[in-house]
Structure formats: structure tokens, C-alpha cells
Design a binder for this molecule. Structure first.
Ligand code: MG
Length: 252
């Protein structure tokens, strides 16, 4: 009887851990359904209202050393790397918002209970040195705002990922570019990967392989129901999407 109960207990524990729910991350905030500007404070606020696990956004460094939040390397035609913050403030999003500084964006995000802030550092168009210069600046701001427990970092720039890890041992850092194996990510002491969803479809053993090494898996940008379902069935840790409303329905 005791052995029987123990085996039931073991099956329950294994079953519940294996069924860990995929968490939804809104890509560039939750903007699509309500036609909000991507990466705007309004899109971040809407992500929080939807109660997604996290909201992703993109960070660039201006010519005068200000970290700002925007997807493209230009803000309505103005090259961010070559512009000052004052120049950029001459333009606005269609909803009237200025380009948010990273500090403004994080401060707003930190007020949203339980929302993870997924910070993507973009490669700087002036070159690798400028990209890497932004790394300690981002970490200093996270430190100043005591935001470390609320932020996870992602980047397509592998050297930037390595530098984040070198300068900070605890904030999760995930690599985006899809060209490193589970073993390479583990050896680099990164936390995991955030790869294009098609790579997990082409390499159907990867999610399990990353997990076996204790690494996290995330996929961008899954917007179709069938692609989301594939990832959820594979028990991916996170799913990054422009359609957070649909993803939330599917992970219920
Ligand atoms: Mg991004």
C-alpha cells in the first residue's frame, strides 16, 4: 500500500512539473489589437492589463548616451544612433507619446504588479563598440531602479549577451540569433535562448535538449494558432507573440 501511494505521489509530482504552463510574453508590448504604437508606454500598460507574464521591448543608445525604447533603428525617420535625445523628442508616436527613455519605461513597468520586463538590447548601427558600451549602462540603470528581479535581458548580439553575463551573474540573459547549440549556451553560462519559432519546428528535439541542461526556452514571434500550439505542446517555457490575447486563451 505504501509503495502504491508513493508511486502515485511520484507520478503526480512528475506529472505536474512536466505540465508546467507556457508563459506568454507580449512582443513590443500589447499593441496589435488596439492599434497602439509598438514599444509605447500605452502598449506596456495594455500588456499589464492583459496579465501576461512579461512584456518585451527594444533598447537603443542615442548619440548623446541616452537609452531609449523603440523597435526600429530610426524613430519616424530619425536615426537613433546619430540623434540626440532632444532631437528625438521633436517627433511623437501617433498617440502623442514621445519616445520613452529606458528609465521612464522601466519605472512605468515596475509599477505593474507581477509583470516581467523583457529588455532587448539592439545592435547599434555605429558598430559593435557602441553596442557593448550600452551593456554597463543598462545594468547600472537596472541597479539604480532596483529592478533586477523584474527584468530579463535578450539580444541578437552574442558578445553583448556574454558581456551582460560577465558583469552580472544573476539577471537572466537569453540569446536570440538561433545559431548556438544547447551545449554552447550552457558553456557560456547564459540562461537560455529565445529563438525564431521555426527553428524549434526544424529541430524538434531542441526544447527538450535545452531543458535537460537546465536552460530556458522562448520563441519569437509566434502569431498563428498552430505555431503557438506546437510550442505549447512541446512545453516551451515562454512564447513571445503579437497576439497575447490568443496565446493566453491557448495556455489556459
Ligand atoms: Mg525585440
Amino acid at each position: 500500500m505504501r509503495a502504491f501511494l508513493l508511486s502515485i505521489f511520484a507520478m503526480t509530482v512528475i506529472g505536474s512539473s512536466a505540465m508546467a504552463q507556457t508563459k506568454v510574453i507580449a512582443h513590443r508590448g500589447a499593441w496589435k489589437k488596439n492599434e497602439l504604437p509598438q514599444n509605447s508606454i500605452a502598449s506596456l500598460q495594455h500588456a499589464a492589463e492583459l496579465q501576461v507574464w512579461g512584456s518585451e521591448f527594444d533598447v537603443h543608445l542615442t548619440k548623446d548616451g541616452q537609452l531609449v525604447v523603440n523597435h526600429d533603428a530610426d524613430f519616424y525617420g530619425m536615426d537613433i544612433a546619430e540623434a540626440t535625445h532632444a532631437d528625438l523628442r521633436k517627433k511623437t508616436h501617433p498617440n502623442g507619446e514621445h519616445i520613452p527613455t529606458l528609465e521612464e519605461y522601466l519605472r512605468f513597468g515596475l509599477k505593474q504588479q507581477g509583470l516581467k520586463l523583457i529588455l532587448e538590447l539592439k545592435p547599434n548601427s555605429l558598430g559593435k563598440d557602441r553596442t557593448l558600451e550600452a551593456v554597463p549602462m543598462v545594468l547600472a540603470l537596472i541597479d539604480q531602479l532596483e529592478a533586477a528581479e523584474h527584468v530579463e535581458i535578450i539580444s541578437f548580439d552574442y558578445d553583448a549577451c556574454l558581456k551582460f553575463r560577465e558583469l552580472n551573474a544573476t539577471i537572466p540573459v537569453h540569446y536570440l540569433n538561433g545559431d548556438k547549440s544547447p551545449q554552447e549556451i550552457k558553456a557560456a553560462k547564459l540562461s537560455g535562448v529565445d529563438y525564431h519559432y521555426s527553428l524549434f519546428q526544424k529541430n524538434p528535439t531542441w526544447i527538450a535538449e535545452f531543458k535537460a541542461l537546465g536552460l530556458k526556452t522562448n520563441a519569437w514571434t509566434a502569431n498563428k494558432k498552430e505555431d503557438m500550439k506546437f510550442l505549447i505542446d512541446q512545453q516551451i517555457d515562454f512564447l513571445t507573440t503579437d497576439q497575447p490575447e490568443l496565446a493566453l486563451e491557448l495556455v489556459k
